[in-house]
Design a protein around this ligand. Structure first.
Ligand SMILES: CC(C)(COP(=O)(O)OP(=O)(O)OC[C@H]1O[C@@H](n2cnc3c(N)ncnc32)[C@H](O)[C@@H]1OP(=O)(O)O)[C@@H](O)C(=O)NCCC(=O)NCCS
Length: 144
């Protein structure tokens, strides 16, 4: 398993994972647009030619928003999401970012446990942030 920067060839598999993991997935086109966005940093965990997981982020000045993270069900609980976030933080530090913030569904216990284990803390709650189904978001942040 290697963690590398997202390339054009990874985009269809990432879109497939989005559709598998989220009710409101990013399209292949929107993901591809991120390749040319200087504010964006997307990393993928690859097993040979297979994209096992990915994380996407955007940085404005010194603060980063983690927009999505997912690991294929066949690859979960092997530490891949943790490695993706740690690799992302490493790259963000080099870009001069000092904080990573994200939203997570109140029902998403697996993701909340992951973020808690990485040191994220809650700074807010966004009522009815998500659709399909409608749900509140916890806002978590990690300064570094
Ligand atoms: C959340 C998700 C990315 C975790 O990916 P993963 O590669 O399985 O996570 P890791 O193996 O790196 O887990 C790291 C830690 O997170 C916690 N964790 C992860 N999945 C968990 C689960 N299902 N239940 C409880 N804790 C969990 C554990 O503390 C775990 O450490 P441990 O295995 O040593 O106990 C994955 O479940 C996923 O893709 N879910 C669907 C998409 C999603 O919800 N994304 C988050 C949107 S905010």
């Amino acid at each position: 398993m290697k963690i590398i920067k997202m390339e054009r060839d990874h985009v269809p598999q990432i879109a497939g994972l989005e559709a598998l993991c989220f009710p409101d997935p990013w399209s292949e086109n929107s993901i591809a647009t991120e390749l040319a966005n200087p504010l964006s940093c997307w990393l993928v965990a690859v097993d040979g030619d297979t994209v096992a997981g990915y994380v996407g982020s955007q940085t404005v000045i010194d603060e980063t928003d983690m927009m999505n993270i997912a690991v294929h069900p066949d690859y979960r609980r092997r530490g891949i999401a943790r490695q993706l976030v740690e690799a992302l933080i490493h790259d963000l530090k080099l870009r001069g970012s000092h904080r990573l913030t994200l939203e997570v569904r109140t029902s998403n216990e697996a993701a909340q446990k992951l973020y808690e284990s990485l040191g994220f803390t809650q700074i807010g709650l966004r009522k009815n942030y998500y659709r399909n189904p409608k749900e509140d978001a916890l806002i978590l942040t990690l300064p570094f």
